[in-house]
Design a protein around this ligand. Structure first.
Ligand SMILES: [Zn+2]
Ligand SMILES: [Zn+2]
Length: 430
């Protein structure tokens, strides 16, 4: 029997309401006890004095690029970056080559993850075949193979009839539908948010309305079908207001926000630096404030990174030509502490909720809590120590982060999956 005893930490478990000094005992991969003065002969002891001990963090939106685009990322390297960011579970989007639109690809990802991933990997299946927006993917058989949601992230379903049918099917299989809400006709040709900075830089704009009209459409379709609808990487003020309204109406509508959408605005874009190019684009200060308000008020259910690795060879070209997306697994907690906790906007308990019970609830995962019998996944972090992000030391295969060189106050210290320490901070205050 393998045992790990995490002693002397401040244990915060939003699911049970626990917040105080306690020990956590994990045996054979599962939580065996949470309480004061725990002891177990032969257990490996982790001294968490001065640290926060939380349920394992879940990132419900990452891109792992395997199969097919392994020069950008693999399941192994993406999972190591996740562990270094404090995540014990990640959900991978289906835009691989081939697309995860059938049970064979789903099973391949799950098997590869079992062989080489440091953290738990939950695949998200495509909504349509090859994410082409027309014929529906093999949703039922993918569900049997292990997907936790469906999405055509990055290639959103433009045809409302197809989306309506997908929601009906998803409802019958009890799967949430995650939409990257973007009207491709409104955003066509755009490189960054349409506003004063885009005009000043002479770059083509992506209007906020390209997101808003699709959020509106999907909320209406969710109401008529009864499906669970989740807005990926919400970024605009109007979209947040609509999700808030939908929740008030009692609809099963949820959303996630990325750290970059609450940490940066279009005014922060360094001229033509492609590390600031992503979809949805960085929006205005008003939109950033609305995202933070949504996090504070409960409109936002989860923080997710949209970790989107692209190698330097693709990102090192003119702004207009380079692909959209940035990495984010290793900086998510640092940015959340900086912008949400150290500013006094939310408590540590709320911050932990956004990384644990929030995403677990959206996806229906039996995770994100420290109850006896739950998986032995634990994230240990610190709120105070100073460190600097060096993207050249990233575990990700790609280095496309706008946060290289940023100074942080607090971040992950150790990541524990099924009772095994899969990552541990090696230096403090570097
Ligand atoms: Zn997306
Ligand atoms: Zn994405």
């Amino acid at each position: 029997m393998s045992s790990l005893l995490i002693k002397n930490g401040r244990v915060i478990d939003p699911a049970s309401g626990l917040d105080g000094p306690a020990d956590v005992l994990i045996e054979d991969g599962f939580i065996q006890g949470v309480g004061r003065g725990l002891d177990r002969a032969g257990a490996v002891v982790f001294d968490a004095a001065g640290l926060v001990v939380a349920p394992g963090f879940i990132d419900m939106h990452v891109h792992l690029r395997e199969p097919g685009i392994e020069h950008s990322e693999t399941i192994e390297t993406g999972a190591r970056a996740a562990a270094a960011g404090g995540f014990t579970s990640i959900c991978c989007m289906p835009n691989t080559v081939p697309v995860n639109d059938n049970a064979t690809v789903t099973s391949y990802i799950i098997e590869r993850a079992r062989q080489c991933a440091a953290v738990n990997v939950f695949p998200i299946g495509a909504i349509t075949k090859n994410s082409e927006g027309e014929a529906l993917a093999a949703i039922g058989s993918m569900k049997n193979a292990g997907i936790v949601a469906i999405s055509d992230d990055g290639r959103p379903v433009m045809n409302a009839r197809v989306m309506r049918r997908a929601m009906q099917i998803a409802r019958s299989f009890d799967l949430p539908v995650i939409d990257h809400c973007e009207d491709l006709n409104l955003s066509a040709g755009g490189d960054m948010h349409e506003g004063v900075p885009s005009t000043r830089m002479g770059l083509r704009g992506i209007p906020a309305s390209s997101e808003d009209v699709m959020v509106a459409r999907d909320i209406l379709l969710a109401e008529s079908t009864g499906a669970r609808f989740h807005v990926a990487h919400i970024s605009s003020c109007h979209s947040l207001n609509m999700v808030k309204f939908a929740k008030q109406q009692g609809l099963s509508v949820t959303c996630e926000a990325t750290p970059h959408h609450f940490a940066l605005s279009d005014a922060d874009i360094t001229a033509y630096d492609s590390s600031y190019k992503m979809k949805p684009p960085l929006r205005t200060e008003c939109d950033v404030a609305a995202v933070i308000d949504g996090i504070v008020s409960g409109t936002v259910d989860a923080i997710a990174t949209d970790h989107a690795p692209h190698p330097g060879s693709e990102k090192m070209q003119e702004f207009e030509k380079c692909p959209f997306g940035i990495t984010g697994l290793e900086t998510a907690l640092g940015l959340s502490l900086e912008k949400l906790y150290h500013t006094g906007k939310i408590s540590l308990r709320r911050l932990i909720e956004l990384f644990t019970t929030g995403p677990a609830g959206v996806l229906g995962l039996e995770r994100g809590r420290l109850a006896v019998g739950a998986p032995g996944d634990v994230t240990i972090f610190d709120t105070e120590s100073a460190w600097t992000y060096d993207v050249n030391r990233s575990f990700s295969k790609s280095k496309n982060s706008p946060f290289h060189g940023r100074h942080f106050r607090g971040g992950p210290v150790a990541t524990i999956v099924a009772g095994a320490i899969v990552w541990r901070q090696d230096t403090v205050g570097t």
